[in-house]
Design a protein around this ligand. Structure first.
Ligand SMILES: NC(=O)c1ccc[n+]([C@@H]2O[C@H](COP(=O)([O-])OP(=O)(O)OC[C@H]3O[C@@H](n4cnc5c(N)ncnc54)[C@H](O)[C@@H]3O)[C@@H](O)[C@H]2O)c1
Ligand SMILES: [Zn+2]
Length: 329
């Protein structure tokens, strides 16, 4: 298959390109970062790039949290206008197969169970609670401490910031495109992706790169809250493999199917800091109790649908992946 990989010069995109090549496909990189740059918002350039293409793997996006609302127009422009231009060009060129880089940020807070009230949606975190070290969200009905669970794809979406809203809008646009053109669309909702090539010190690249940078400076990784926040760290090669499988799959035409793409093995941020610090040979992490109001407490995926329906299986073990991550940039 000839596959146009938007954002193909980025962290995840470049691994997708490699994985496609290894599977005998022909990836074409489309990225503003290349020379000459290719912008997904440039209709004429996208149309040219789509010639002879069988499928699009859409990784291009402005990532991270930026400056919040101040950057809203730029996020919407690059992520949503960019997706709209791409989809319109695909419709015109008759390219009917799309795999989108989705994100777990569309869920907002993860899934929680109250021993008494079952699955509940905790409200926004209150500064006073966090200040007092009460990090676990209470049940909105009875105030009891909640038990974190795994989010499945049918969990309600609840984007909590501009970036998250644009990631959800990308899915909605892609679903509209699929319906209108009878195309096939898969959104892989990545969890915390890590591995070689991960950008340094960008908030979205995640806490793993902050910790690694600290260790390299000889500083202890600073773990926020109490370090018990649960996440799902998935290796970038596993994510790239998921993209290849999704591109090769035969999903139902006319609709978008979303798949959580996580390791299926939750770890705490404290675990992550300890693993990296051990791999690096110290110093030991410090738990600071600091917090950022917008952070979710726990978000861990149920990625069983991707395994069951598309046969994907993450291969990279957490400890090994973290060891490699300490050595490779
Ligand atoms: N890194 C993660 O943990 C993670 C998690 C969930 C979702 N995602 C999604 O995965 C995708 C790839 O993210 P990444 O972590 O590799 O980030 P990245 O910044 O390394 O890659 C994004 C690439 O898109 C390119 N790009 C941006 N705007 C563009 C435009 N208008 N036209 C063409 N190219 C453009 C950038 O130049 C960059 O190379 C994004 O869609 C992101 O939202 C990433
Ligand atoms: Zn309750």
């Amino acid at each position: 298959m000839r596959v146009l990989v938007t954002g193909g010069a980025g962290f995840i995109g470049s691994h997708v390109v490699e994985a496609l090549r290894a599977s005998g496909h022909e990836p074409l990189v489309y990225d503003v970062r290349t020379d000459p740059g290719a912008d997904v918002r440039d209709r004429a350039a996208v149309a040219r790039a789509l010639s002879g293409v069988d499928a699009v793997c859409h990784q291009a996006a402005m990532v991270g949290l930026g400056n919040g609302v101040a950057d809203a127009a730029e996020y919407v422009s690059r992520n949503d206008l960019g997706t709209a231009v791409l989809l319109a060009a695909m419709a015109e060129a008759g390219v009917g197969r799309l795999v989108l880089a989705g994100s777990m940020v569309v869920y907002g807070e993860g899934r929680y169970d109250c021993p008494q009230h079952g699955v509940v949606r905790p409200g926004p975190r209150a500064a006073a609670d966090l200040e007092a070290g009460r990090f676990e969200p209470p049940c909105p009905r009875c105030g009891a401490p909640l038990v974190p669970g795994l989010v499945a794809e049918d969990a309600p979406t609840d984007p909590r910031n501009v970036y998250a809203s644009t990631k959800l809008a990308q899915e909605h646009l892609s679903a509209a495109w699929a319906r209108a053109t009878d195309g096939t669309a898969i959104s892989l909702r990545y969890h915390n992706v890590y591995g070689p090539g991960m950008p340094r010190d960008t908030p979205y690249a995640g806490v793993a790169s902050f910790f690694r940078s600290a260790l390299e400076r000889g500083d202890a990784p600073r773990v926020f809250e109490d370090g018990r926040q649960r996440r799902d760290f998935v290796h970038v090669r596993d994510v790239a493999a998921a993209n290849v499988i999704a591109l090769e799959a035969a999903p139902r035409p006319g609709t978008l199917t979303a798949y959580n793409t996580g390791s299926g093995e939750p770890h705490t941020v404290g675990d992550l800091a300890r693993a990296l610090s051990a791999a690096h040979g110290g110093p030991q992490p410090v738990v600071t109790g600091e917090y950022r109001l917008g952070d979710v407490r726990h978000i861990t995926a149920d990625s069983s649908r991707l395994r069951a329906e598309l046969g994907w299986k993450p291969e990279v073990d957490f400890a090994e992946g973290m060891q490699e991550f300490t050595r490779t940039h």
